[in-house]
Write a protein that binds this ligand. Sequence first.
Ligand code: SAH
Length: 362
Amino acid sequence: MREPPRRAPPSLKARLEAQIAQTGPIGVDEFMTRCLHDPRDGYYARRPAIGAGGDFVTAPAISQMFGELVGLWLIEAWRRIGAPARVILAEAGPGDGTLMSDIGRAARLCGGFGAAARPWLIETSAPLRRRQGERLGEAWTQLRWAGSLAELPTDAPLLLVANEFLDCLPARQFQRTERGWAERMLGLDGAGRLAFGLAPWPGAGLPSDAAIGSVIERSAAQEAFAAGLGARLAAQGGAALLVDYGAAEPGAGDTLQALGAHRKVDPLASPGRADVTVHANFPAVIAAARAAGAKAALLPQGELLRRLGIETRAKALAESRPDQAGRIGRQLERLTGADQMGELFKAAAIWSGPAPPGYESA
Ligand code: SAH
């Protein structure tokens, strides 16, 4: 008896095309969710590649200074709320665990904080959870994982950090046309291939004076995360630091982008094979956190790192390793330079009680 030839399972792109042919166009939000989290082909579900050899590099991997200063930020925020004997220390979207590892090094300099901290990682990706466990198991012996903010305990103050996490939360896109607002959606072109299109948007709440052609993004998921965080911090006490790329003012336009091997790629080319993101919508994040009862303020990343003493830290590192001084200087420039990450990246703090370091005048 002959076996039928084995066929490769259909790609995520083919499955999306088949789904759209059957049930109609999908929003950019659903497209992002499938690209990132589809159980069989999603980028984070299957093949996350973070770091120099992967698809994108983030601040913790650029320099240990980033994670150490975030660690000192957390320790000082903990002191300012009265150095409680128990505090939930959470990172959302920890990637390969570099930031939490550097925070651990800072925490060991302050024994009280290390003993008080109950470490939690909010992570949906199974392969990344495994990597985080291998990387962090020794430094953080009581490490636990949650699938979302809602799963964290509520019986102690919360200190949370997230770097490049908001940008993977899905957004919808709306475009102003001559006939009013339309939603930018994923449909099929004449040949049955995945393509962007516009569907009339009867909904309210978008500005009526926008120029024809302009695009607005709304991320219910970013806003829900900020609102959940604001409500928890108002109830439990504590502080959160959300670092990401995004504008301080509304109106950034279309920011959907896909990155593969450090290059921008067409997000429709091979869904699931590249990381897809939108900019963090900081005005909406700050407003949602405040509406939930917390305080919130935004600083450019470069400004926050300077206020936390990155220049002094870089100098000390360079003095202890003169052979590395050039490299450390370049790292400092990359993290804080106005034409590098210093201005495009922002750090939103959300808190209740005393202001965390850097945000005293906010
Ligand atoms: N913070 C890391 C990694 C950023 S990549 C760094 O700076 O290098 C985004 C991270 O968020 C990954 O760990 C990814 O698996 C996780 N993630 C993406 N969407 C998520 C979601 N909805 N809930 C929880 N984690 C998510």
